[in-house]
Design a protein around this ligand. Structure first.
Ligand SMILES: Nc1ncnc2c1ncn2[C@@H]1O[C@H](COP(=O)(O)OP(=O)(O)OP(=O)(O)O)[C@@H](O)[C@H]1O
Ligand SMILES: [Mg+2]
Length: 236
């Protein structure tokens, strides 16, 4: 579904991505983990065309993202921090996104409003929404349309336990329908519960790229958290 070849990205003199080679398997959930500042969000933004990269290639369904922007219609994106115009109401933002997407049918809207108990927030101004509620708005926008690929940057950060379970169920449901996922997360226990593959980024390079089960087995540990800690100790 997504193939990344020898990708380099610098912000000025700061080299953030240093030769990333990676693919996201169709119909699978790939978890992207790694320390703060290791380049996870930058990598997601490169795939989305939100930042320009210096070198390398990104292919989505064999389309080169640098020359063809139409592919972005295929992607549902949940940013790490959702920033929306403060003086618009949540419902106005949802309508705006629908209009900006050439009036595609928001097939999942009623379901999502119900899932996240969002009805009471629809007519509130963004500036009056709590952090977790903005996160729920971002989730609604990411899943508004039926997409082939979802890129979710720390989707459960700041969500209460019920909303966290809701979003995990939503991810699993869409995966069962055939969607492909790249999910950035720091929650290794959570990642282990729903993801198929693990990609670990350290200082702009991939140090683990493996099915989660295989990775745990090779370390001889009981779970992903212990396996990753063990792996990092060996690296140091
Ligand atoms: N627009 C920007 N201009 C300059 N530097 C940037 C910019 N965006 C990110 N960086 C830098 O790039 C590096 C990687 O940032 P990135 O946001 O990709 O990390 P991350 O792995 O997503 O971290 P976190 O887990 O904290 O979200 C950091 O050193 C960050 O300061
Ligand atoms: Mg990030």
């Amino acid at each position: 579904m997504v193939t990344i070849k020898d990708l380099y990205k610098s912000y000025g003199k700061l080299e953030v991505l240093k030769g990333i080679n990676l693919s996201f398997e169709r119909g699978k959930i790939t978890a992207i983990v790694g320390p703060n500042g290791s380049g996870k969000t930058t990598l997601m933004k490169c795939i989305l065309g939100l930042v320009h990269f210096n070198k390398g290639k990104i292919l989505i369904d064999s389309n080169d993202v640098s020359s063809n922007f139409n592919y972005r219609e295929l992607i549902g994106y949940m940013p790490q921090i959702g920033r929306y115009p403060e003086n618009l109401k949540a419902i106005e933002i949802i309508k705006l996104i629908i209009e900006l997407s050439n009036n595609r049918k928001p097939v999942n809207l009623d379901y999502l409003i119900d899932l996240f108990n969002f009805q009471p927030h629809l007519n509130k101004f963004v500036k009056n929404l709590s952090g977790g509620t903005i996160q729920k708005l971002s989730a609604i926008l990411a899943f508004l349309f039926d997409s082939k690929l979802y890129i979710l940057d720390e989707p459960t950060a700041g969500l209460d336990p019920i909303a966290t379970v809701d979003i995990k169920n939503l991810i699993t449901k869409k995966r069962e329908e055939g969607a492909t996922f790249a999910v950035v997360s720091h929650q290794l226990t959570e990642v282990e519960s729903f993801a198929d593959n693990l990609v670990f980024i350290l200082e702009g390079k991939i140090v683990i790229d493996s099915p989660i089960k295989d990775f745990i087995t090779t370390t001889g540990k009981q779970n992903l958290e212990e396996a990753v800690i063990d792996f990092l100790k060996v690296q140091n």
